[in-house]
Design a binder for this molecule. Structure first.
Ligand code: SF4
Length: 214
């Protein structure tokens, strides 16, 4: 199995520090667990602006909670989340997650009593919840020390010369973030900000991170 080297650890620490210096404290996805779970499903394969649109519509329709989603008709949900694209698939995933929470736990409060690894495995057992979605729910919904590895993180790491499995990247970041949930939240937010500011605009010539490679 591939393992991280000390230079990988140094590079990750340098990325974390560079982004912290650049963006500092930013407000990022402070919401109750129900809303985070909904957002984590809706954000799959779309931009966050579209998620905000769907969250507003769910709120207006009285559907922005796990019990309300579990009880709603698919048609009402589809109408509310249509603006995120793939709305039929996302409706099925929302219903699967909501029914899972209601039937297995009763409420998100009961989920919060679970140990993080156990909760992660439980979330991953739900159809449509992959590692990125599960870790987003853990980190932002339940304030757990779970680092979210997404396409932006993989790209930035690859440009810095750090390649490996998602599990390896997750372990590298978790080693750099000293077990503080606030730092997990911020660092993922910083990566998304950087990717939007530089990677998506193809500003590679101005990128400091690629100089860490080699
Ligand atoms: S800006 Fe370009 S070089 Fe820098 S991390 Fe993004 S894709 Fe890589």
């Amino acid at each position: 199995m591939m393992s991280a080297s000390s230079s990988d650890r140094e590079r990750v620490q340098t990325i974390v520090d560079l982004l912290d210096d650049r963006y500092g404290k930013i407000d990022w996805w402070n919401a109750p667990p129900d809303e985070v779970m909904v957002g984590a499903i809706l954000t799959q394969q779309t931009r966050w602006e579209n998620v905000e649109c769907a969250v507003d519509r769910l709120r207006e329709a009285g559907l922005l909670s796990i019990p309300a989603i579990a009880a709603a008709s698919p048609e009402r949900l589809e109408e509310a989340v249509r603006c995120t694209g793939f709305y039929r698939v996302k409706t099925r995933r929302l219903v699967a997650l909501a029914e899972f929470v209601v039937h297995r736990f009763g409420s998100t409060g009961a989920m919060d009593l679970m140990e993080s690894d156990e909760l992660r495995q439980a979330l991953l057992s739900v159809r449509g919840v992959g590692e990125e979605t599960a870790d987003s729910i853990l980190c932002y919904g339940f304030s757990r020390n779970a680092f979210v590895i997404d396409a932006y993180t993989r790209r930035i790491c690859a440009c810095a010369g750090i390649t490996g499995t998602d599990a390896m990247l997750r372990a590298l970041f978790e080693g750099a973030l000293l077990g503080q949930n606030e730092r997990y939240r911020l660092t993922h937010a910083h990566i998304v900000e950087y990717a939007k500011e530089f990677c998506s605009r193809k500003r590679c010539e101005e990128c400091s991170i690629r100089s860490f490679n080699g």
